[in-house]
Design a protein. Structure first.
Length: 150
């Protein structure tokens, strides 16, 4: 199998075995030491620290390393920051409150202007921020003069 790989990669068999026996380079040894520190910091913070924070912590500890190197070593160690998503609670119901009376009984047709009004508050979830969209409509204007809603 290794001989086939040597043919595909266009390297000699002797060169392949020489490469296999070669001790790790200084860079590889340094990467191993830095990776140990990265893993320590990562688990010290319950996996919530990503490469920018780990890079900053390494720098604070006197280990001078580039941010991209931290990114590469974290990828090699299969470390990624975990974040918890918080559900936005938009309504807090008061269990002691009584609901408002349903005076429309789902009949939204209006005979004249300013007879019936409806309102809605909708939560729109965005990537970073949330916003609320409120609308107040005159049923008479929106649905027409007494026309059926389609």
């Amino acid at each position: 199998m290794r001989f086939g790989s040597c043919v595909v990669l266009a390297v000699s068999v002797g060169g392949f075995y020489a490469w296999m026996k070669r001790p790790p380079s200084q860079r590889e040894r340094e990467d191993g030491e830095i990776t140990k520190e990265i893993v320590k910091i990562y688990f010290q913070h319950q996996g919530r620290y990503g490469s920018p924070r780990i890079h900053e912590q390494l720098r604070d500890e006197g280990i001078h390393v580039g941010r991209k190197r931290v990114v590469r070593l974290m990828k090699q160690a299969q470390l990624a920051a975990h974040h918890t998503t918080h559900r936005v609670l938009t309504t807090r119901a008061d269990p002691a409150a009584t609901p408002a009376e349903n005076v429309l009984e789902r009949v939204f047709e209006a005979e004249r202007p300013n007879e019936k009004w409806v309102a809605d508050v909708t939560y729109i979830g965005l990537d970073v921020f949330g916003s609320r969209l409120g609308s107040l409509l005159a049923a008479h204007c929106w649905l027409g003069h007494g026309s059926q809603a389609r």
